[in-house]
Design a protein around this ligand. Sequence first.
Ligand SMILES: C[S@@+](CC[C@H](N)C(=O)[O-])C[C@H]1O[C@@H](n2cnc3c(N)ncnc32)[C@H](O)[C@@H]1O
Length: 270
Amino acid sequence: MADSSSSLGQQQPEINTAVPQTARIWNYWLGGKDNYPVDRAVGDQILEAFPAIVENARASRAFLVRAVRYLAGEVGIRQFLDIGTGLPTANNTHEVAQQVAPESRIVYVDSDPVVLAHARALLTSTPEGATAYIDADLRDPDTILREAAGTLDFTRPIAIMLMGILGHIPDDDQARSIVRRLMDAVPSGSYLTMNDGTDTSEEVVEAARIWNQSANPTYHLRSPERIARFFDGLELVEPGVVSPPRWRPEPSTSGLPPEIDSSCGMGRKP
Ligand SMILES: C[S@@+](CC[C@H](N)C(=O)[O-])C[C@H]1O[C@@H](n2cnc3c(N)ncnc32)[C@H](O)[C@@H]1O
């Protein structure tokens, strides 16, 4: 078994159950059980202002699954760096990738102590592959890259996944410089896959306002155009930057799926 972890066992995570946390609220909307009353209270308040959030969370997660399947299948990627992992749920990145290619190696990164506390559920690798968990902050990409090198081979293509996390970095210049640092560290043929909330309806803007009053860390919506700029310098995979339900929907989907207030995309490093 090739499981490993850079962080597990080294520390007892301190879990704050008084302040709502993004990973736990997200888990609540996805139908999970790893959340506390404070998280459900804010989650419900947002649900009232923006009932589509549940559909939004599930459609975003479904994009993750289709994206990983595409990368592991059609593209042949065997290494994934999933930053802003969230709490373990159904179809975690390593499960989807290793179903297609058991030898896939996956490194998860999150800064939330609750995710760290549940990280063992992410370390159920196939014997041929490997999974690791790093307790680190996206704003410190050098630490992430250094620790990930214990599991991933940075001379071979890597898919970097930033799903629902860049909204936690409000400044575009800072967020772009983090993305650039990460993409500079991986070779040609590597991929950036991302998804984030957009300011495309009054309801979602109100939901973000409620979130930012109480939850930690704050979340900042961007326009689809601002999200598209994170792919500058990369070759966009068809159909480009779109609302998640419209990114390569399952062939069984009939008609054009309805849009949600998010933009997602995938870019290949030339
Ligand atoms: C909205 S959840 C998305 C979870 C998962 N990627 C998904 O798409 O379902 C955002 C995750 O990013 C993590 N996160 C937020 N800011 C972070 C940061 N600066 N560094 C590392 N993780 C962060 C949160 O703890 C949370 O687990």
